[in-house]
Design a protein around this ligand. Sequence first.
Ligand code: URA
Length: 216
Amino acid sequence: MSTEPFKNVILIPQTNQLLGLYTIIRDAQTKRPDFIFYSDRIIRLLVEEGLNQLPVTPKSVETATNQTFEGVSFLGKICGVSIVRAGESMEQGLRECCRSVRIGKILIQRDEETALPRLFYEKLPDDISERYVFLLDPMLATGGSAMMATDVLLKRGVKQDRIFFLNLICSKEGVDSYHEKFPDVKIVTGAVDECLDENKYLVPGLGDFGDRYYCI
Ligand code: URA
């Protein structure tokens, strides 16, 4: 990675608990129900960390004991945007933390003729430019799809510093390519893997996240 390795990469605390969760989902022997359960636990931690990053404003409330509690409340609205299909696995974790959250979708697929990623579909909240956006995609490998999805968000008027890209694993080269283009987007992740293999899978990685999470 470049000279400032973790600028705008928020790596969630590397506790033994987290390492244990990654050990289960990275294990090729782990069956789908466990893969889903333990991935969901990591997703929940990523969402919680994303929420920690949002700005707040002071707010005081009267408690049931007639005392004043000096607290905070979130500034602004959020929404999720999942990159179909693997990103959809992260929607439930966001919904569990943010009731009634709006969630948009972006479908990007490899164009068979050019081998380049191509935007097939986007469905986003009309007022997305006024929201903080949690961009959801579990694996950041080359960054091709994430960069295209981020371009879609910027074209819709979302500012880079209002985008939080949540993923379970990213590659060093993916982070570098992504941040070269979008330096002010914050990447919230739980693991940074060394490299990609010849098929552009993360190493050590966990294989194809979408195939392991969903029945193929
Ligand atoms: N997408 C995946 O599901 N796995 C990888 O290793 C890379 C991209």
